[in-house]
Design a binder for this molecule. Structure first.
Ligand SMILES: Cc1cc2nc3c(=O)[nH]c(=O)nc-3n(C[C@H](O)[C@H](O)[C@H](O)COP(=O)(O)OP(=O)(O)OC[C@H]3O[C@@H](n4cnc5c(N)ncnc54)[C@H](O)[C@@H]3O)c2cc1C
Length: 306
């Protein structure tokens, strides 16, 4: 770290998650440059602390007891976006806003990227999650390569698309926690008038706002849709009566049974219990296993190897 200004000890993670839930991280570090990231990794290795990336916290369920380690957030240079029309690419820092990237591309008239403009979170988080919307509109579609720091060695490596192991709302980063510093996306070859792309973006936003609860805090979809010809996760959860179920201040949305809401002061334990009930009921009644889409943060994790 360039200075201790980027370090916050005992920082409540409810301030950094979209659902507004989560106890304190022993340390929250903000890295503005690749050197800062390397410094944070070295610090964790020296202290024997576990390290986990925190994007914009849109898809995280953090336990009430918090995280006994370092949460690392990218900012500054690592959240910049640069369009390079000569090479037909756009480079975005891992900490950049995905919605900001989608809006920028829509303003420049690049078609086919509007899905980016409606998904909350950072570019690094979106690569890790292969974030996307229904249909084939996911990060892997435009992704070319990424620069990543390997916390095990401190080296910066280039990862080509075929090395990311993209799958439905996942990538190889789920098992191999490399830190995405920058992602490079291919720009569509042709542009169209910006009014068209901005209109598409607004239409998509309106469609989503019509179907999703807007006034509570949430992490979006709780479970992934089961594969193959099966119905969406939300359909099964509706059939087993999860809509509107509450445990203290946590509630399954009435509009969308695959969303859990924090109606104000909900605990992580209550959310986890709603998830357990929904998953168990669906398995018992339909024999369908619902896999988590939300990333459930463990209270601790293995320390960084020395
Ligand atoms: C209202 C709402 C709507 C949503 N709609 C959608 C949707 O339509 N489609 C969809 O796919 N998702 C959706 N989500 C979920 C969420 O927006 C995505 O999963 C998003 O990509 C998470 O990004 P993040 O930066 O917030 O990551 P976080 O939630 O902070 O972290 C998610 C994972 O990414 C890892 N990570 C974060 N940054 C990095 C990095 N730089 N390098 C390596 N790993 C990293 C974290 O360690 C964690 O494992 C929605 C969420 C909300 C709240």
């Amino acid at each position: 770290m360039r200075s201790s200004a980027g370090l916050q000890f005992n920082e409540p993670l409810c301030r950094h998650t979209r659902i507004g839930i989560g106890g304190p991280a022993a340390l929250l570090a903000r890295a503005h440059t690749p050197v800062d990231v390397r410094d944070a990794v070295t610090l964790c290795r020296e202290k024997g602390w576990p390290l986990m990336m925190l994007g914009r916290g849109s898809n995280l369920l953090v336990p009430d007891e918090g995280f006994q380690g370092c949460m690392l957030k990218l900012a500054g240079d690592l959240s910049e976006i640069v369009i390079d029309t000569r090479n037909g690419i756009v480079k975005a820092g891992g900490g950049a806003s995905l919605m900001g990237l989608g809006l920028l591309l829509a303003r420049q008239g690049y078609p086919g990227c509007t899905y980016m403009g409606v998904i909350p979170g950072s570019v690094g988080g979106a690569v890790r999650m292969n974030a996307g919307i229904a249909g084939a509109q996911a990060i892997e579609k435009n992704f070319l390569r990424a620069l990543a720091l390997d916390p095990a060695t401190g080296e910066i490596v280039t990862l080509e698309k075929n090395e990311l192991g993209f799958g439905y709302r996942t990538s190889c980063l789920a098992a191999c926690p490399l830190i995405i510093l920058e992602a490079v996306f291919r720009l569509p070859q042709e542009t169209v008038p910006a009014q068209e792309t901005l209109r598409d973006l607004q239409a998509l936003l309106r469609k989503r706002h019509g179907a999703q609860p807007r006034c509570y805090r949430t992490f979006g979809s709780t479970f992934k849709n089961p594969p193959g010809p099966l119905r969406p996760a939300g359909w099964y959860l509706e059939q087993v009566g999860m809509q509107g179920m509450r445990i203290n201040r946590a509630m399954v949305a009435r509009e969308h049974a695959n969303w859990i809401l924090n109606t104000g002061g909900a605990t992580s334990a209550a959310v986890a219990e709603l998830m357990r009930i929904g998953r168990t009921r669906v398995f018992e009644q339909f024999g369908v296993h619902l896999a988590e889409e939300v990333v459930v943060v463990p209270p601790s994790a293995p320390a960084m190897p020395n």
